[in-house]
Design a protein around this ligand. Structure first.
Ligand SMILES: [Zn+2]
Length: 156
């Protein structure tokens, strides 16, 4: 069962009319605003260092972006990617674009680690049931990520 089985609801989500991100004015757990997207990083993460880039205007598919928007989104993706890997010590970054339940363009960044629970395969976020951060660890990571992006905390 998914939102696809209700064509009217799916059309309202895709048009933005009932998109929770647009209705709220942005996603949850925003760390900072980049050129074309919000960078989010929250407690509810399937992997240490998981973050997400959410495009700032409502769009569903990558081909919905103008060429300039696509280039700007890619600059944001590369900017985050470039700092996230060394910051987390990840052996590899995984990038995922789905939008199957929330069709507002966003890209997930999953840092992958030697010995992580999904080594050798893709991440299954639904299989992660316990917190990945110790108390205080997330806030420290948020500050380090902002600094690595060249953004002073609180000025994003
Ligand atoms: Zn939206």
């Amino acid at each position: 069962m998914s939102r696809w089985t209700n064509p009217d609801e799916w059309a309202r989500l895709c048009s933005g009319a009932s998109c929770v991100i647009c209705l709220r004015g942005g996603p949850l757990n925003v760390l900072t605003e980049l050129e074309s997207s919000w960078l989010t990083l929250g407690e509810d993460s399937p992997m240490r260092g998981y973050c997400c880039l959410v495009f700032r205007r409502h769009a569903v598919e990558l081909h919905d972006l103008t060429m300039d928007e696509g280039a700007a989104f890619m600059r944001d993706i590369q900017r985050v990617s470039r700092v996230l890997k060394p910051l987390t010590g990840a052996v590899k970054l995984n990038y995922e674009v789905h939008g199957n339940s929330l069709p507002h363009l966003h890209m997930h960044f999953f840092p992958r680690y030697v010995g992580d629970a999904f080594e050798g395969g893709p991440i299954n976020p639904r299989a992660v049931t316990s917190p990945v951060y110790a108390p205080g660890e997330l806030e420290a990571l948020r500050q380090r990520l902002l600094a690595a992006l060249g953004l002073a905390p609180g000025t994003g």
